[in-house]
Design a protein around this ligand. Structure first.
Ligand code: ATP
Ligand code: MG
Length: 372
């Protein structure tokens, strides 16, 4: 078996990675397309291209203390790529803090791009860490313009860092009272994003305004969907409380399905339209987790309805359908896409959202300057 040392060799970008192979006769470079789809055998082929005269069955890389780690399988290769991705990240400002962890804006030097890195402290065994990493693998396959792009995840000590695309408009929870013609375009993106996830048999499980992100290009993308049961469970052990956007059946501990995501779409858009949480007796202070008893009114009462007159009939109907108390009465994915409110705004006009995001950011900047 010939062992090669690959050293400081990755520049992650959408086109591929550059591999620098250290050999006794000098460095050789090779590039590999689509690192997320890279298999161990692909990499061996790339190495053979550079060194055709040798037979290679494994290679090594050096970790931060100079220890050599051998790579012989797809799994060990994934660990290597995650390790590399953890290098060369410069953390910038904190973007926000949720129930599970803290999100930072960061710059990936080698990849030459801005990232959002969510850091979640987790005191779990190495076995569980491995399970989480393999459950997160499905994120590499997610490819939709309505879903945040996942770059990589890695564990350092007792923290997991999840690197994704950065959205310069942030999340919708900080925008107050969004006009209906803007909200219409945002709803189209959210419904398309969810339909995509559902087609992959992924339930979002945490649909709420803070998990809907926007940027100045007018794109709207979903984040923080629950692909790793183990990650969700590990976070839930530290943070107790019930999410105020959860459907009544979830609050009462019943089964969860696509229809529960649909409820959360309804209540989120109702809040974004009104500029206030639709149940006035529920005061959300920090975050969206509440003691279970405080959310009992969502189970007991008739769902709230948007005031007709202030909003179009289509919009009021859309929200009312999504917020039916009985899950089966809520629209299924196809019916959601075909709803008149969605059809009306499915015109591909990103400019409306873009202009609105830019204006809001400008106002926020002016306000912050005024306060200084
Ligand atoms: P929860 O922990 O229950 O999901 P949350 O969504 O408010 O609550 P985080 O997911 O930790 O908390 O996110 C914190 C904040 O970081 C968000 O509200 C959002 O403003 C910001 N944020 C998260 N991801 C990104 C991103 N990719 N680009 C820009 N800002 C982001
Ligand atoms: Mg979130």
């Amino acid at each position: 078996m010939l062992l090669l040392v690959l050293n400081n060799f990755c520049a992650m970008d959408t086109e591929g990675i550059e591999i620098r192979i250290k050999t006794p006769v000098g460095d050789m470079d090779s590039s590999v397309d689509c690192p997320s789809l890279l298999s161990f055998s692909d990499l061996l082929v790339a190495i053979r291209d550079v060194m055709p005269e040798t037979t290679i069955t494994a290679f090594e890389y050096e970790d931060e203390v100079g220890d050599r780690i051998t790579v012989r399988s797809d799994e060990e290769l994934k660990a290597m790529l995650s390790y590399i991705n953890g290098q060369d990240i410069q953390y910038q400002e904190q973007l926000g803090h949720g129930n599970g962890g803290t999100v930072y804006k960061a710059y990936h030097l080698l990849g030459n791009r801005v990232l959002a890195v969510k850091v979640i402290p987790l005191d779990i065994t190495v076995e569980l860490q491995k399970q989480i990493m393999s459950e997160l693998e499905i994120l590499y396959k997610c490819d939709s313009s309505y879903i945040i792009t996942f770059y990589s995840a890695f564990f350092v000590e007792n923290r997991i860092s999840i690197c994704t695309e950065y959205m310069d408009g942030g999340s919708l929870d900080v925008y107050r009272r969004i006009p209906e013609h803007v909200l219409g375009r945002i709803s189209v993106a959210v419904v398309k994003g969810l339909t995509y996830l559902w087609s992959l048999k992924i339930l979002h499980r945490d649909v709420k305004p803070s998990n809907m992100l926007v940027n100045t290009r007018g794109q709207v993308k979903l984040c923080d969907f629950g692909v790793s049961t183990q990650l969700v469970n590990s976070i839930a052990k530290t943070y107790v409380g019930t999410n105020a956007y959860m459907a009544p059946e979830r609050i009462s501990g019943e089964q969860y399905g696509i229809h529960s995501d649909v409820w959360s779409v309804g209540i989120s858009f109702m809040e974004l339209a009104l500029g206030a949480f639709p149940y006035p007796q529920i005061q959300k202070n920090q975050g969206s987790l509440m003691p279970l008893q405080l959310l009992q009114c969502i189970v007991d009462e008739d769902p709230p309805v948007l005031p007709v007159g202030q909003f179009s009939q289509n919009f009021v109907h859309f929200i009312t359908q999504c917020m039916k108390r009985l899950p089966k009465e809520r629209p299924a994915p196809n019916n959601l896409m075909d709803h008149a409110f969605i059809l009306l705004y499915d015109d591909g006009n990103a400019e409306v959202v873009s202009m609105w995001v830019c204006r809001c950011l400008e106002e926020r900047r002016a306000q912050a300057q005024g306060q200084m």
